[in-house]
Structures are given as structure tokens and as C-alpha cells.
Design a protein around this ligand. Structure first.
Ligand code: MN
Ligand code: MN
Length: 463
């Protein structure tokens, strides 16, 4: 065997039950096809929780009812973040087992005054969200997902471009014939943020005196279908995302191509792990947070006090709340920051250091640290905690790998790990390796997705 081959990790395909793996991944593919925004994820998951008899924390606070071991409880934050608890045998002050993932993904958001007409074409102005390579978002079928909140309190859900009968939208790109100048530009400048305008119409409204008849026609359609006016865009959140479902990828169907797999490929297995749990020893938590892609800011991001406040409320329902008990509960909690890592790409081997890279089909990935340069901005997980996790994974026959995001000084990234670590918790990043991360269509390995689900379950039940 050559040195090169020795470095390549063994895949885990042979260890999993193919039927269970395929069935889990089919559920996952359907989930990410249905849910492309944080709001859609929260609504879908809340519906599943209700079906499973989960209790709303807000209802418990109101009714004064208490909780039993094994109960599922949930609380959402502004319909964009979700916290789910599974009550364990032990007092909550002994700490919890915490899976934290994010459900926001890179995309383009409509500006507050989006609609304009230019040369008989109607377009929407956008502002991109998160880290995108702008050139990847042109000439693709795009869909509109989101909400329009009206002054009367009504909130309309919008989803156009997903039904095969729906129209789709897109951002144009320059034809190659006239792109001589564009082709000499740096990739980061070839398509600008301000040029990411979404084409939505070209048919004029008949029989009107107005100047901009194409725009007028779009407004007439919006009024007819949704009862909204142009001013209603001021209080709207409409996300422009790739249109169409996630698909099996590869002749052997071993992979999944889909939008927003960072981080729904960890959010969904985290969610399923807590759903499928019986009564654990330690109370389990699944946090599905928003705004990770823009720095975990805002009321629905990980920096928000939402998490601490909700644990305080839960402890009050359980009859054990005090400020000190809350601090102890948080400090005794063990966390997997369920987020994705970069998969080794044979087209771009130069950015990876193979001894510390993640490979498709080799299981979930531990990132001891992320950050950039000299680990700047990273949560550097403790050796003792990693040893505890090694024992947890080995005892459950889970195969995992360890990696860094790329070569030293090649770039970098971050997750919610360091924010949870601020509460005194043991935290490490642990999730699925992704190819094309942050591209409109991201790729994952089915073997990794299923093994990650099993790993999360092993973690939740580890004593
Ligand atoms: Mn992520
Ligand atoms: Mn990301």
C-alpha cells in the first residue's frame, strides 16, 4: 500500500443496515425539500412534536401543570428558533445532554422596497444573507419563501416555485459573447451583490394609464392572490432560495444534493434523535437556532438569552428553579454543537491537509476547534471531554472521524460552539461533512447522515 493510500480513511458503508439508512435518508430528503427557511423548519417540527404528544412550555406555564420523566416539551422563539427537551430520570441540575444545530442557511433576502421596473422587466432587489459566492446564484431556478405581515396583524405565508406547476425566478448573467471584460475580473467581483436582482415579470398590465405597466401587473397579481400592496413588503421577510426538491446524487445514489444542508443535515438528525429517545438518564435538549450564518446575533440567534430564559422557565415548571440551580444546570451540561464540516474535495486537494481532513462516507466529524489563523474565535474543546466522547462512540460502535476545516491559514469558519461554551459547558463541534458548502446545492453522504443520527442518539443516552 502506498503512503497515500494509508492516509485514506476506511468508509463505514458496510456497517449500517441499508434499509434503515435509506429510510432515514428518504425522510431527511423530504424534510429539506419541504423546509427551506428557519420559519418553515420550526413550523414543520412543531407539527411533528404535537403529533407525538409533546407539550408546549408556554401552555405548561399557563396551566401550572408539571412534567413527568420521558415527557417532550418545546418552546419556540419568534417562530424562528426551537428548543425541545426530553425530561430525564436525573434531576436537571446534574446537567443535560445538549444537541445544538442551526436552521438558517445562506440565501438572498428581498429588500424592504424590492419591486422595480427597468426596460419593461419587473425585478426584485435582494440583499444576500450569509457567506455566498455570488457567481453561484445566477442562472438558477429560484423560489420565494417567507412571510408578509400586514398592518392588521395577519401574516401571509409565501411559497412560490416549489410546486412543479409553479413559475420559478432567477438572476440573469451576462452572455459569454459580451463577457470579455467580466471574464477578466476577480471571481469575487464578477457578480456583485447589487446585481443579484431577481427577474419576476415582463407582461404589461392591459388598459392602464400607469407608466410602469409590468410592475403594475405584478402588483395586481400580488393583490389578487395575497391581498397585499407594495407597502406590505416593508414588513415582509421573503427569502430567495434554489427551487426544487433535494435529490439522490450519484449513479449509486450514495449521496444527497439539496439546498440548506448546512445545517439541516445536522438539525434533522438532532431532532430525530431526541424524538426517538425513550426516557433518558439526563434530560436531553435539542436546540434549533437561527442567525448562525450571520454571527448568531439577534433575538433568535445563539447569543440571545432565549436559551437561558427557557431553561429557567423549564426548571420553574419542574419546581427546582433558583438562579444558582440554573447556573449549575448550564455548567453541568455536555454539548454537541451539531454543525457541518468541510468534506475533502478531490478537485481542490490543495486547501486540505489529508491527515486532518474529513472524507465522505467515513462517519460524523469532530472538529476540536474551528476559527481562523491561530484558532482565533474558536471553542477549543477539552481533551478530557473528547476522551469521554471517544468512549461514548466506541461503546456504541459509532465510527467517527476528526478534522480541521482546512489547512492552517487557508481560511476558517465558526459555529455556535463558543457561545454555548460561555455558559461553562463542555462543547465540541460534531456533524456531517459537506461538499459545495454554502453553494445553492450542497452534497452530503447518506452513510454519514445515518451514522450521525446514531451518534447523536448514543450521546443523548451516555451516562
Ligand atoms: Mn453551519
Ligand atoms: Mn454555514
Amino acid at each position: 500500500m502506498s503512503k497515500q493510500n494509508k492516509q485514506e480513511k476506511q468508509t463505514i458503508w458496510e456497517k449500517s443496515d441499508t434499509n434503515l439508512l435509506e429510510s432515514f435518508c428518504a425522510d431527511y430528503r423530504s424534510f429539506i425539500s419541504r423546509n427551506k427557511t428557519e420559519r418553515e423548519c420550526v413550523a414543520d417540527m412543531t407539527a411533528v412534536l404535537k403529533e407525538q404528544g409533546a407539550k408546549s412550555l408556554a401552555d405548561l406555564i399557563e396551566s401550572g401543570e408539571t412534567l413527568q420523566r420521558g415527557d417532550l416539551v418545546y418552546a419556540d422563539m419568534m417562530k424562528k428558533a426551537l428548543l425541545i427537551f426530553r425530561i430525564g430520570e436525573k434531576p436537571v441540575t446534574e446537567g443535560m445532554r445538549f444537541l445544538g444545530a442551526h436552521i438558517d442557511s445562506p440565501r438572498m433576502d428581498l429588500k424592504q422596497n424590492p419591486l422595480y421596473e427597468n426596460t419593461n422587466l419587473a425585478l426584485f432587489e435582494t440583499h444576500y444573507y450569509g457567506g455566498i459566492k455570488k457567481y453561484q446564484w445566477v442562472t438558477l431556478p429560484l423560489a420565494l419563501h417567507g412571510v408578509i405581515a400586514k398592518k392588521n396583524g395577519e401574516v401571509m405565508n409565501i411559497c412560490i416555485g416549489e410546486d412543479p406547476e409553479d413559475p420559478v425566478f432567477g438572476v440573469s448573467d451576462l452572455l459569454i459573447h459580451l463577457a470579455a471584460k467580466q471574464m477578466t475580473k476577480k471571481v469575487s467581483e464578477a457578480v456583485t451583490g447589487e446585481n443579484l436582482n431577481v427577474l419576476v415579470g415582463s407582461r404589461p398590465l392591459a388598459g392602464t394609464e400607469e407608466k410602469e405597466t409590468v410592475k403594475a401587473n405584478i402588483l395586481a397579481l400580488l393583490a389578487e392572490k395575497y391581498g397585499i400592496t407594495e407597502e406590505d413588503f416593508i414588513s415582509a421577510e421573503i427569502e430567495v432560495v434554489p427551487a426544487g426538491p433535494a435529490r439522490d446524487y450519484g449513479l449509486d445514489r450514495s449521496m444527497i444534493m439539496g439546498y440548506g444542508q448546512d445545517d439541516r443535515v445536522c438539525a434533522y438528525p438532532s431532532f430525530r434523535a431526541i424524538l426517538d429517545e425513550g426516557t433518558p438518564q439526563y434530560t436531553c435538549v435539542c436546540l434549533l437556532t437561527d442567525k448562525e450564518e450571520i454571527g448568531s446575533v439577534g433575538a433568535t440567534g445563539m447569543h440571545s438569552r432565549f436559551y437561558e430564559n427557557t431553561v429557567a422557565e423549564l426548571m420553574n415548571v419542574l419546581g427546582c428553579y433558583s438562579e444558582l440551580n440554573l447556573r449549575r444546570t448550564l455548567a453541568h451540561t455536555k454539548v454537541l454543537s451539531s454543525d457541518v464540516s468541510a468534506a475533502f474535495d478531490p478537485n481542490y486537494p490543495d486547501v486540505m491537509e489529508k491527515n486532518n481532513a474529513a472524507f465522505f462516507g467515513c462517519g460524523p466529524v469532530f472538529n476540536k476547534y474551528t476559527g481562523s489563523r491561530g484558532k482565533s474565535g474558536s471553542n477549543d474543546a477539552n481533551a478530557e471531554y473528547i476522551a469521554w466522547l471517544r468512549a461514548c462512540m466506541d461503546d456504541a460502535d459509532i465510527r467517527y472521524q476528526t478534522s480541521e476545516l482546512g489547512k492552517v491559514d487557508e481560511g476558517g469558519g465558526g459555529t455556535i460552539a463558543y457561545i454555548l461554551a460561555n455558559l461553562g459547558m463542555e462543547v465540541i463541534d460534531f456533524g456531517v461533512a459537506v461538499l459545495n458548502m454554502h453553494a445553492p446545492w450542497e452534497i452530503t453522504s447518506k452513510a454519514d447522515i445515518y451514522e450521525t443520527y446514531l451518534a447523536y442518539r448514543a450521546f443523548l443516552t451516555r451516562c
